[in-house]
Design a protein around this ligand. Structure first.
Ligand code: SF4
Ligand code: SF4
Length: 205
């Protein structure tokens, strides 16, 4: 990849502050990337995302499909000698990219077919009304409401926001048949604690 960079420490400071991760400590050992189970589907590996943040390449980072592929599984954090949680960094970047109106990128051309199809599904058009933004918001909404994910509610919200009913109805019916969707949401007992976390995150942003 050849990119003309305009180094900016302010981007590094901003991401470090919002994610709480000591990104400047990264010395590119690549342990995060070699252990990332989804690295094969990313256009930028975790260590590359971290390096571009250090270099202030904001636009390049926001365009990366890696932000939307990362599942925050924490494998990278467990392997990092500096305890940098690249998944947390990706999550922070997702929020920042959405606020900056970058939306979700098109899938990387090198993605294997299954991942490319999934990426197309959740990351189709750019702009404020992207499917991925709707998915992200629906997930966070149910999490704030019940303290844990509630798939059926999340699907209803997502469909309401995107009108993507017809293309997903087959998948939804299959999940119901297999008992993967619970009709009644479960709540965690200390829901107040979860809401405090959301309130704190809102203050930070
Ligand atoms: S494992 Fe940690 S120090 Fe090594 S490249 Fe990844 S983020 Fe940087
Ligand atoms: S948290 Fe994200 S970047 Fe880290 S190993 Fe998991 S998928 Fe890869």
């Amino acid at each position: 990849m050849s990119v003309a960079l305009a180094p900016s420490v302010s981007f590094l400071r901003e991401v470090q502050g919002a994610s709480g991760q000591p990104i400047s400590l990264c010395y590119q050992c690549k342990k995060c990337s070699s252990g990332c189970p989804l690295g094969f589907a990313m256009d930028l590996l975790p260590h590359e995302v971290i390096r571009l943040i250090q270099l202030g390449a904001k636009e390049e980072v926001f365009k990366a499909n890696s932000l939307w592929v990362c599942t925050c599984c924490k494998t990278c954090q467990a392997r990092c000698p500096n305890e940098i949680d690249a998944g947390q960094v990706m999550d922070t970047l997702r929020e920042m990219a959405l606020r900056a109106g970058s939306g979700a990128p098109a899938p990387a051309p090198a993605s294997p077919p299954a991942i490319a199809a999934l990426s197309r599904e959740v990351a189709a058009p750019k702009g404020p009304d992207t499917h991925v933004k709707a998915f992200h918001e629906s997930f966070l909404y149910t999490l704030r409401l019940f303290g844990r994910s509630y798939e059926l509610g999340m699907i209803a919200l997502y469909v309401g926001k995107t009108r993507a009913l017809v293309e997903h109805v087959g998948l939804g019916l299959n999940m119901v048949k297999k008992g993967k969707l619970k009709y009644i949401p479960e709540r965690v007992r200390r829901i107040g604690e979860i809401r405090k976390i959301f309130a704190k995150a809102r203050e930070k942003h």
